[in-house]
Design a protein around this ligand. Structure first.
Ligand code: PLP
Length: 398
């Protein structure tokens, strides 16, 4: 028997953070590195938000705050969700956490336990299965349609929901696919959730990065939204990943449960970051528009460059800052050193070793054969990295 609890043995290290560490190591060794593995905007936090952070320190906002976040930040969240999402909620519907990852973790802890089944759509963000399994509940995977923005396969969804199903995690726009579900797909899903009285987790971290359509927060699409928990974050929207501010909006009892857990674990989110988040949510929003436009043009660039590579299939994702091409044609091929490529993981490592291009293999997202490429990087890196991938793939033989 190992020394760690069974709880810890049920989870695995984050695959995306592993690739980030590999990229950092290459950089440290002064090797060329073209990083398409990043899960964060490459922009600086906007100046007005930086200033608010500095002022927060000077004005002594450097002490513990209420465990679930300051009243002022919750007011700012109420203002933001009304302005951007047309959602109307009260203070007791809101909890601020140390990033949406923390929010989602806490919500799973507050609601799920052994015996529960939680629906997760495949491909999924790497952390969803672990959030669920650490509670003792079981993740249940549902297939999606890659030709339709990775919307649910509704036959599979209906087959997988049963009386043990307690919750469902929706992430549109999605990490890793960039897929944005249509209103009709969301409504069909919500309808099923209502029939079975499921808790709906709507991870809306990428709500501001939608390119071809407008975005509707899930809770605005149905009158019966009491069981929808909405998760948003300052991380991606305001290029604030290191500040660690995310928030949950929904049922006051769940919010109170999450607050109790948070109070006994992290005490409160960072006081300085909370002040800066008020400025992010209520100050000028033009930096968000600039980022959205830039990401859209980079998405078009990376799609064009990928279309020049033989035998990969890449759908056009409508959101986030990822593309998720299918590289399965190359599985079973051999490197110039005669090493067999058995998996997307092998292919990622071959690409990394031969070119310095860092990507993330689909296996960690429940999608063997796929590779996630992030375009949260410069046009130059996108061009160079995709050309290197094309060149190195052409050296594989069958
Ligand atoms: N949800 C999704 C789908 C993500 O991709 C991420 C970050 O990569 C998060 C949540 C967590 O973001 P944060 O904890 O920085 O708010």
């Amino acid at each position: 028997m190992g020394i760690l609890s069974s709880r810890i043995s049920r989870i695995s290290p984050s695959a995306t953070l592993k690739m980030t560490a590999l990229a950092a190591e290459l950089k440290r060794l002064n090797k060329p590195v073209y990083n398409l593995s990043v899960g964060e905007p490459d922009f600086s936090t906007p100046k007005n938000i930086q200033e608010a952070g500095k002022q927060a320190i000077l004005n002594n906002h450097t002490r513990y705050t209420p465990g679930s976040g300051t009243h002022e930040l919750k007011e700012a969240i109420i203002h933001k969700i009304k302005r951007d999402n047309n959602l109307s909620y009260n203070i007791n519907n809101i909890i601020v956490s140390c990033g949406a990852k923390h929010s989602l973790y806490n919500a799973c802890q507050a609601l799920f336990e052994q015996g529960d089944e939680i629906i997760i759509f495949q491909p999924y963000w790497v952390s969803f299965p672990d959030f669920v399994s650490v509670t003792g509940a079981t993740p249940v995977y549902v297939k999606t349609d890659k030709t339709k923005q990775f919307e649910p396969d509704f036959d599979d969804l209906k087959n997988k929901i049963n009386l043990k199903t307690k919750g469902i995690i929706i992430n549109s726009p999605s990490n890793p696919t960039g897929g944005v579900w249509s209103k009709s797909a969301i409504l069909q899903t919500l309808d099923l959730c209502q029939q079975y009285n499921l808790w709906v987790f709507s991870d809306e971290c990428y709500e501001q990065f939608v390119y071809n359509t407008s975005y509707d927060s899930l809770a605005t699409l149905t009158e019966n939204n009491e069981r929808i928990l909405t998760f948003q974050s300052c991380s991606k929207t305001y290029a604030m990943t290191g500040w660690r501010i995310g928030y949950t909006i929904g049922d006051p009892t769940v919010v109170a449960g999450m607050s109790k857990l948070q109070g006994q674990s992290t005490s409160c989110p960072n006081s300085i970051a909370q002040q800066a988040a008020i400025e992010a949510l209520t100050g000028p929003q033009d930096s968000v528009v600039t980022m959205r436009n830039t990401f859209k043009s980079r998405r078009n660039l990376i799609l064009k460059k990928l279309s020049e590579i033989d035998n990969i299939i890449c759908e056009t994702p409508n959101g986030a800052f990822y593309v998720f091409p299918d590289f399965s044609y190359y599985l079973g091929s051999f490197t110039p050193e005669k090493i067999k490529i058995e998996s997307a993981e092998d292919l990622c490592m071959y690409i990394l070793d031969s070119t310095g291009v860092v990507t993330v293999a689909g296996e960690s997202f429940g999608a063997p054969g796929y590779i996630r490429l992030s375009y949260a990087t410069s046009d130059d890196i996108i061009i160079k990295a995709t050309e290197l991938i094309k060149d190195t793939l052409s050296k594989l033989t069958f």
